[in-house]
Write a protein that binds this ligand. Structure first.
Ligand code: SAM
Length: 272
């Protein structure tokens, strides 16, 4: 391990950590264009698929791990900064009693909508004004699991690069292209979309299992409180509901997205 290039900082009050911790704030993340990701495996996976790491911080209790050596080598070879610290500092950076042994600051990556794969096998997901970071991270992870080709964040959404969203995505934020656009831009973008658009709506009488589906396909999911507005349902070729038997009004959006994506995958897996 080339320890001569690793800086050791052990004081929690060191200004370096103050600046690093500030990346938990949305305005600082947006200003710097960076975000935090915790965990050695996730950091190595991100480096291997070409994400740009600016800073790697690791705790001394992890000093002999070969995975750590790979993360350090990957950070150094991409010109990043490596800092060794204590478990106590890691706990304060992550606000966890049992923190991960490594944390990285990565450059955010937003895709232009024209760079999202719209080829004939594509499954795309559009999320209207999603507010909860845990829901967003869980959805990103599920979309990655079904092999979706991209996610469009429509309107004023929570950031996929917040600490909570990145944690809930379990590394899938590095694997799936994410693009953002206003509702107005989405409405003009979808006019060029060559495929089928399916929306979800509690008032639809069409059971999602009876949907006729063809690829490329875009699944549209509505805001947690308000559901899809008329302006977006008007873009859909079909609107489906997931029938409910019990007392609840609706499903959690991440659960509903999982059910829909797996139904789409099941129905389209043999279609080319
Ligand atoms: N009060 C909202 C409404 O009336 O639409 C509830 C929104 S729900 C919590 C958030 C999103 O999850 C919905 O817009 C829809 O995309 C999806 N969803 C939740 N339950 C669903 C169901 N049973 N059928 C279809 N979509 C559902």
């Amino acid at each position: 391990m080339p320890s001569n290039k690793i800086k050791e900082i052990l004081s929690v009050s060191n200004p370096f950590f103050k600046n690093f911790r500030a990346l938990t704030l949305k305005k600082v993340r947006e200003r710097e264009g960076l975000f935090l990701a915790e965990g050695l495996k996730l950091i190595i996976d991100a480096l291997e698929i070409g994400w740009n790491i600016r800073t790697l911080i690791f705790s001394t209790s992890n000093i002999k791990s070969s995975a750590l050596e790979r993360a350090i080598a990957g950070t150094m070879s991409s010109g990043g900064f490596v800092v060794k610290t204590s478990d106590k500092v890691m706990a304060s950076l992550t606000r966890r009693k049992n923190p991960q042994s490594a944390i990285g600051a990565f450059k955010q990556r937003w895709y232009q909508s024209q760079n999202i794969d719209l080829s004939k096998n594509a499954i795309l997901l559009g999320l209207d004004r999603i507010r909860d970071p845990g829901n967003l991270g869980t959805i990103i992870r599920t979309a990655d699991a079904v092999g979706a080709s991209g996610i469009l964040l429509i309107g004023n959404t929570t950031s996929p690069f917040s600490v909570e969203a990145v944690r809930a995505s379990m590394g899938s934020i590095f694997a799936i292209p994410v693009s953002r656009m206003s509702e107005k831009d989405f409405i003009s973008w979808q006019e060029q979309f060559p495929g089928f658009i399916v929306g979800t709506h509690l008032k639809s009488s069409l059971d999602y299992r009876k949907l006729t589906i063809r690829k490329p396909i875009l699944l549209l999911m509505g805001n947690e409180q308000q559901g899809l507005p008329d302006s977006l349902t008007a873009c859909c070729h079909q609107l489906a509901c997931i029938p409910q038997i019990g007392h609840t009004d609706s499903l959690n959006i991440a659960v509903a997205t999982g059910i829909m994506l797996y139904e789409i995958q099941r129905k389209t897996r043999f279609l080319i």
